[in-house]
Design a protein around this ligand. Structure first.
Ligand SMILES: NC(=O)c1ccc[n+]([C@@H]2O[C@H](COP(=O)([O-])OP(=O)(O)OC[C@H]3O[C@@H](n4cnc5c(N)ncnc54)[C@H](OP(=O)(O)O)[C@@H]3O)[C@@H](O)[C@H]2O)c1
Length: 341
């Protein structure tokens, strides 16, 4: 018997901010469940900035562009509703990448079993690739040490808010950048020692210098452009820059940022490294998850998330990533039965 599912598709390539006109919600048929496959009802979806890169025809070395008219993939957690795999019984909670749709189906190897208790949506946030990026950037790239000063851009976002909390837990002085005073206040509540509002008039370089007269030792870059330039201008000798992403340029055909302080990489002996830990170092996920679940259990890390309801909310959620419309990790709840706020 075939089953149907509803999935978001990209119907035209993005130029600039990804508007709702790029997407259509369409019905698809799944093939009958084959030996070794499972079928899942999705309960939680999420969206992330890298989706924007895949909406362009050219992704410049990143994952392939989305196929026009195809179901858009994405992270999701759900519950197995049918299984032809000995590894998954109906009712099991799973993490997978058949997101942006209400039901997903695929080989058992594409699904990861989650604990049956606790908040499964954390696996789309602090316990998932988001948290892993923050953790890996601080420990594996920056080799952070207590007493150092960390600067985090997009600090009120998913990766950023997790990095702020880990940074405080390990004894760093943490400075976060975010747009707007409400996000700044919340950042202080989760432990930031100082915040800068990049949306108010004035030079970012000077704003950072004012709150970090001691200079910065670590920069976790989520934004690029002027943020990266300001971090270079304020970097201490032997600073480490963990470059997670550059959301500030994802809506531009070509990044047009004017950098003034690149030479500081030489004069300050700065170590600059981009990283994609989920694809490159999945072997470290187990150790990361153990540590993160302890931090969440003892309140050291409080996953920051904003929940919206319904599959229909996906296009607006994608757009809001780029306009500051979300704080923390965007989560889309598909099934409200027994749901937490
Ligand atoms: N390397 C990896 O494996 C990996 C994995 C996941 C994510 N990432 C990268 O990590 C970064 C953060 O991703 P995320 O999932 O945590 O998203 P996110 O930070 O939760 O969402 C985007 C945030 O970025 C800020 N922002 C948007 N446009 C901006 C701009 N032009 N200038 C400054 N801030 C801007 C917004 O906050 P404000 O309201 O403060 O503007 C928004 O809340 C992205 O660059 C993403 O590509 C990398």
């Amino acid at each position: 018997m075939t089953s149907t599912y509803r999935a978001w598709t990209l119907v035209r390539r993005a130029k600039g901010l990804p508007g709702s006109d790029l997407f259509e919600l369409r019905d698809f048929d799944d093939a009958p469940l084959a030996e070794g496959e499972v079928r899942v009802r999705n309960d939680w979806l999420t969206v992330g900035p890298a989706m924007r890169v895949r909406m362009s025809a050219q992704t410049r070395g990143y994952l392939a562009p989305y196929g026009l008219g195809d179901p858009i993939p994405g992270w999701a957690v759900g519950e197995v509703i049918a299984s032809r795999s000995a590894d998954f019984a109906p009712g099991a909670r799973v993490l997978h990448q058949f997101g942006m749709r209400d039901y997903g189906q695929g080989p058992a190897t594409a699904f990861e079993k989650l604990p049956s208790s606790g908040a499964p949506e954390h696996y789309l946030n602090a316990m998932g690739s988001t948290g892993f990026v923050a953790y890996y950037g601080l420990f594996e790239i920056a080799k952070a040490k207590a007493g150092e000063t960390l600067f985090v851009s997009a600090a009120a976002g998913a990766v950023g808010s997790t990095a702020v909390q880990i940074g405080k837990a390990i004894g760093l002085t943490v400075i976060g950048s975010a747009g707007g005073s409400a996000k700044g206040e919340r950042l202080k509540e989760i432990g930031a020692d100082a915040v800068i509002d990049y949306k108010t008039p004035g030079s970012l370089e000077e704003k950072l210098a004012a709150v970090a007269p001691q200079g910065i030792d670590i920069y976790l870059d989520n934004v690029g452009g002027e943020h990266l330039d300001a971090a270079l201008a304020n970097a201490n000798p032997n600073a480490r820059f963990a470059i997670s992403g550059m959301i500030g340029s994802y809506n531009q055909e070509r990044a047009s940022d004017m950098m003034h302080h690149l030479n500081r990489i030489v004069t300050q002996r700065i170590h600059v490294q981009g990283y994609l830990p989920y694809s490159d170092r999945a072997d470290l996920l187990g150790g990361f998850r153990e540590r993160m679940s302890a931090w969440i259990a003892n309140g050291t890390v409080r996953p920051w998330q904003e929940v919206r309801d319904g599959l229909e909310s996906v296009p607006q959620a994608i757009q809001d990533l780029f306009t500051g419309g979300f704080s923390g990790k965007p989560l889309i709840r598909l099934n409200t039965e027994g749901a937490r706020p």
